[in-house]
Design a protein around this ligand. Sequence first.
Ligand SMILES: *Cc1c(COP(=O)(O)O)cnc(C)c1O
Length: 229
Amino acid sequence: MSIADNIRNVKKETGIVGVTLVAVSKTKPEAEIMEAYDAGQRVFGENTVQELADKYEHLPKDIRWHLIGHLQTNKVKYVAPFISMIQSVDSLKLLKEINKHAQKHNRVIDCLLQVHIADEETKFGLGFDEVVELLRSDEYPELKHVCIRGLMGIATNTENPKQVKEEFYELKTFFDGIRQSYFRNDNRFDTLSMGMSSDYKIAIEQGSNMVRLGSTIFGQRVIKHWKNN
Ligand SMILES: *Cc1c(COP(=O)(O)O)cnc(C)c1O
């Protein structure tokens, strides 16, 4: 199956239920991204700033790039001019830095707060209590150049679908609660990004409206043992 076929098949599953497909193109060459682009895909996700900035340079400017990997504050400046959404906001400090650089470029940058839902130590993200703390801080309302559009979460990498389902269910419940409590008058808080190739069907059942798919679209990635990302 070609990349174009994969895009069409996933769109059949996600499009009807109003789920946005983010094609995760990390490690994939530009030619393969262009195959997806030519099949109509416009939203792409990358997990490192370096690769993202590089691909942005060379590829069509109507691509909407999402950063889905951990972002260090000192690298915000490289993506601030063009990034469409930063899905991996995991601290108030980072949000403030994004705001600062967005202001310089006269932009409002869409962000998701990444919430830690997996039963694993290694995954980044805020705890439920930390999300609330951030939203209740005195500084958050001052940040006029970022827009929190919703939440993102990564489930545990496990063969146990019941556990994955529970983690997504918890995040959806939390998302609904946060929307009620803090965004009642702001309908821009509308995005729940959960689901990757191994678990996106479960995620959609549990109320996801944005899935991030890499290998389902582009095939398996070659694992880079020598690099720590
Ligand atoms: C790599 C990655 C994905 C896509 O993974 P696949 O299993 O290839 O679909 C989704 N989300 C994040 C945060 C990623 O880093």
